[in-house]
Design a protein around this ligand. Structure first.
Ligand SMILES: Cc1ncc(COP(=O)(O)O)c(C=O)c1O
Length: 376
């Protein structure tokens, strides 16, 4: 029996044609044509002035922090439940990570918890559009504006999601995207930093090419910096996927609707929320189980894996990870972040690959329902 994968892309002849063109022609004087095409189309899609293609989203967060001059002595607030890449660059720049709680409905950064974590040292906040869900952006932006805190919007998982008609990635000083192979729009590995700020764009371009201005041919570096560039082949793949982005998003939403139909009325199970005025592009269909069912995510994954169904655990609170065991801030978060610690232990991401069929979803849901009923 073939296993049902948890995630994966949708590649067509268009992607193959564009990448073939890049590998054939994007050299010498044409070395940047695919980057320019992808970046221009991406900025237009998100509704911002600038887009900078990068090797991954982690680099986009790192460059955002550097361009905002975040460093030792500063604090940066992140939601406790997210992939560690949202937070790791805070450590790269020598700042302190502060872990705020998540909202019980959106699973994204909670505005009240965010505000309660602010100190005189807070320089930036990195809200995450978790699994494609949108946070309460009005509330988050109001808190950030009141305290003069820069927003880096982690839109890694949310291409095409919307809040009151605005697309994900356009809510902060910078927005960052991931094109990892698991994402809705993929370049294999890859990322994008978007911004309306000319100075941030210039600084990010300088820092991502070993501290030299774009176009420098004299190899005259004025700072020690980083090498964060995407290849033409990746940019061509991204350009093709972007031309198909509505198709990719519609498929994600369709997959979610199949699950929602099959799992409607299952007691103690909640799927991703779509608040009024928002569009959720459902990168990962996620099931949160009521604690009363007494089924931890690791056990549930094990039971589904035995049936050939691959799932992922809901992100563990970062403050619970060995990576932050010695962080005093993580210690405080473990006491404070009751929602993160309530939701995470009994929630999983269900298979959400773009090649998933409705028949497979029926089979996954039947299996999940049997597992839940034998657990209760
Ligand atoms: C929320 C979030 N932030 C950041 C990243 C980092 O993306 P990348 O792997 O492209 O560096 C990811 C990727 O999985 C993510 O899910």
């Amino acid at each position: 029996m073939d296993r049902i994968p948890v995630s994966g892309p949708w590649i067509t002849a268009k992607e193959i044609a564009y990448v073939t063109d890049a590998v054939t022609n994007a050299w010498y004087g044409n070395a940047n044509v695919w980057h320019e095409r992808f970046e221009k189309a991406f900025a237009e899609y998100v509704g911002v002035k600038h887009a900078i293609s990068l090797p991954h989203c982690t680099a986009a967060i790192h460059l955002s922090l550097l361009a905002l001059k975040v460093g030792p002595g500063d604090e940066v607030i992140v939601p406790d439940c997210t992939w560690i890449a949202s937070a790791a660059p805070v450590t790269y720049v020598g700042a302190t990570t502060v872990f705020a709680d998540i909202d019980p409905q959106t699973w994204c950064l909670d505005a009240k918890s965010f505000e309660a974590c602010i100190t005189t040292r807070t320089k930036a906040v990195i809200p995450v559009n978790l699994y494609g869900n949108m946070p309460d952006w009005d509330a988050l932006r109001a808190v950030a504006a009141r305290h003069n805190i820069a927003i880096i919007e982690d839109a890694a998982e949310s291409i095409g999601s919307e809040y009151q008609g605005r697309r994900a990635g356009s809510f902060g000083v910078t927005g960052v995207f991931s094109f990892h192979g698991s994402k809705t729009l993929t370049t294999g590995e890859g990322g994008m930093l978007v911004t309306n700020d000319d100075a941030i764009r210039a600084r990010a371009l300088f820092l991502r090419d070993h501290g030299r201005p774009p176009g420098d041919r004299l190899f005259h570096n004025t700072e020690v910096a980083y090498k964060y560039k995407m290849s033409s082949m990746q940019a061509a793949l991204g350009a093709a996927q972007l031309e198909r982005v509505e198709e990719l998003i519609n498929r994600k939403r369709e997959i979610f609707s199949w699950y929602a139909e099959e799992l409607a009325g299952v007691a103690g199970l909640t799927l991703n929320h779509e608040a009024p005025g928002t569009k959720n592009t459902h990168w990962m269909v996620t099931a949160v189980l009521d604690k009363s069912l007494g089924l931890r995510k690791e056990r549930l994954m094990e039971l589904l894996a035995a049936e050939g169904i691959d799932c992922r655990p809901f992100f563990h609170p970062l403050s619970s990870l060995p990576a932050y065991a010695h962080s005093p801030e993580a210690g405080k978060a473990r006491q404070r972040n009751t929602v993160s610690y309530r939701i995470s232990p009994s929630a999983i991401n269900l298979p959400s690959a773009l090649n998933l069929t409705q028949a497979q979803v029926k089979c996954i849901c039947a299996c999940l329902k049997t597992t839940l009923s034998s657990a209760s």
